[in-house]
Design a protein. Structure first.
Length: 342
């Protein structure tokens, strides 16, 4: 009887398939480099490290800013609905939207993709979303890691993490120390749920039948605010910012204001998106909504009131910012007036 040998492939890891995916990544990213910024050396994708030439940067007194994040359990819905081409946008957005809170320009992005069994078709669709997110952020995908991990992930399950690095001039850093009494809180609309609160949504969905339009709303990719926020920082129009993610509006806003000051929010001014009304109608309290979801506000800006119209001109009509509150002298961390209009 012929003896058969154990192998890595038999254990569930297909190196040759992984190499095909790496070659595909190198191919599509090199095409993008030829169209855009050549300072990122995408030609070396597949090597041990990624290079990025910052010597040509026009930023004076540059400070490096870095961020890392994931997509959370929104991944589970992407798998369930078999829609893989936009989840990569979410991944990039969750990182770059944190980066620009400090006024940094995203330079390059890396991803970590872990999966039970590599599927080239699915992997290429995920990559397509990551590249789209990088294009929307004006940054480059310079590398990453693909890990096939049988036994850790079921064959149709995967996880994504992202890592982004940017630069900001020391004089242009957005900071809570720049915030002053009388500054206004400006809300920038979200594209939808973004990438937070999906564990609660998945619990709701166990008892629901979904139509196509609702599936699309649930997987609407996260809005990337890079271009607009960087225009505002370049013009010195804003003092601070907040990316509205886990913890909702208030917890994230408080992080962007000095302890010497407090925030006053008029709840009646908040424009609640339709998808959040649907969530709330599933026996979710208003308090839970506000601490779990963005409720229609994906990003906040803190700026002098005189700059509001100039700030609004930078955004498209769909994402036109609007005033929801004001910064006051130290009292409670947060003061809420009026009620939400559900």
């Amino acid at each position: 009887m012929k003896k058969t040998h154990n192998s890595y492939k038999k254990s569930g890891v297909n190196i040759s398939l992984a190499n095909k995916f790496v070659n595909h990544i190198a191919s599509v990213t090199n095409k993008n480099v030829k169209k855009g910024n050549k300072s990122s050396n995408n030609e070396i994708i597949g090597g041990f490290g990624s290079l990025y030439d910052i010597s040509k940067s026009k930023i004076k007194d540059p400070v490096i800013v870095s961020c890392t994040d994931g997509v959370g359990t929104k991944l589970d819905l992407a798998i369930k609905f078999r829609k893989y081409d936009t989840i990569g946008i979410d991944l990039v957005a969750m990182c770059v939207n944190d980066l620009i809170v400090q006024g940094a320009k995203p330079l390059f992005f890396l991803d970590y993709f872990a999966i039970g069994k590599l599927n080239l078709s699915i992997s290429k669709k995920i990559l397509k979303g990551i590249l789209k997110g990088c294009a929307l952020s004006d940054c480059k995908l310079v590398g990453g890691e693909t890990a096939e991990m049988p036994g850790i992930y079921l064959k149709d399950k995967f996880d994504l993490a992202g890592f982004c690095v940017g630069l900001v001039s020391k004089k242009k850093i957005l900071s809570k120390d720049k915030v002053k009494k009388g500054d206004i809180i400006i809300a920038v609309p979200s594209s939808g749920i973004h990438s937070n609160g999906y564990s609660l949504i998945r619990a709701i969905l166990k008892k629901k039948k979904l139509d196509k339009s609702l599936k699309e709303k649930l997987l609407e990719p996260t809005k990337i605010y890079t271009r607009e926020i960087l225009k505002l920082t370049e013009k010195n129009l804003i003092h601070a910012a907040a990316h509205i993610t886990g913890g909702g509006l208030f917890e994230n806003l408080i992080r962007s204001v000095s302890k010497k000051l407090s925030i006053n929010i008029d709840l009646s001014k908040i424009k609640i998106s339709k998808i959040f009304r649907w969530i709330k109608n599933n026996n979710i309290s208003e308090k839970e909504m506000l601490k779990t979801f963005n409720c229609g506000i994906g990003f906040c800006i803190i700026a002098p009131k005189k700059n509001l119209k100039k700030i609004q001109k930078v955004f498209s009509k769909k994402y036109k910012p609007y005033e929801i509150g004001i910064v006051k002298k130290r009292g409670a961390n947060l003061e809420l007036v009026n009620s939400l209009k559900w």
